[in-house]
Design a protein around this ligand. Structure first.
Ligand code: FPP
Length: 227
């Protein structure tokens, strides 16, 4: 039997807050540990034989509703992450890209995102996409407006091409922390994706668990509407 080939992996990194509470820490500590796990998983993906792209949900359009201090912390953490991980991107040959409406971020953070994108654009082993101020509906609406403003007609091809990520289907979505919902993530790109939900909280998620999830995915039957 032919194994499924995992090319595009999407991850909803959930459970940082619960992990922190469980250990008696502030929620921010959960995010800090979460960012380390994001790096470990990304390096694993770069060394995986079939994965070409990993797309992480790092900040949703709904996350602005969190307490101001937590939002500020997440912004600072993101800036620190991109600064620190530039070395990892270059050593591991990883290209960084962002999707979402980053115009709502501070100028400093927008510059950090642009700089990281620019400095890693020739890297070829893996594309790591961070979804930032991202919402699936918002992405589709912005894409539709782009097509209309360009004088085009809305088709699957024109809309798909106008999305933040050029039309690229996702093979497998992993969500940690036991929640089984999409939370407005990559609505267009997940149309034919396989889903895997694990109760593990994101700060406890390991490359071994991901390898086991990928092993299961490779054995699934994908029919894409056919027989
Ligand atoms: C969900 O945990 C996680 C987020 C809202 C943000 C994701 C951020 C990280 C993994 C850390 C930062 C990553 C980078 C790349 C800088 P939650 O707070 O919703 O957890 P809870 O549901 O247990 O409260």
């Amino acid at each position: 039997m032919n194994k499924n080939r995992l090319k595009h992996l999407a991850i909803i990194m959930d459970g940082n807050g619960r992990w922190a509470e469980k250990h008696g820490y502030k929620r921010t500590k959960g995010h800090e540990r979460g960012a380390e796990v994001t790096r470990e998983i990304t390096v694993f993906c770069a060394n995986h034989p079939t994965i070409e792209t990993v797309t992480h949900y790092a900040f949703s359009t709904e996350n602005w509703k969190r307490p101001k201090l937590e939002v500020e912390y997440l912004m600072k953490l993101l800036d620190r992450y991109l600064k620190k991980e530039l070395k990892t991107y270059q050593e591991e040959n990883i290209r960084f890209m962002a999707i979402g409406d980053i115009s709502a971020f501070s100028r400093k953070l927008q510059e950090r995102i642009s700089l990281t994108t620019e400095l890693t654009k020739e890297n070829t082993r893996l594309i790591q996409i961070l979804a930032l101020n991202y919402g699936g509906r918002d992405e589709i609406v912005r894409a539709a407006n782009r097509v209309i403003e360009g004088g085009g007609k809305i088709t699957e091809e024109s809309l798909g091409a106008a999305l933040d990520t050029p039309y690229q289907d996702i093979d497998l979505l992993v969500r940690t922390s036991g929640e089984q919902r999409l939370s407005n993530y990559l609505l267009w790109q997940l149309s034919y994706s396989e889903f895997a939900f694990t109760p593990t909280l994101w700060p406890d998620f390991t490359t071994d668990e991901l390898a086991s999830i990928i092993g299961d995915f490779e054995k699934r039957k994908r029919r894409f509407g056919g027989v």
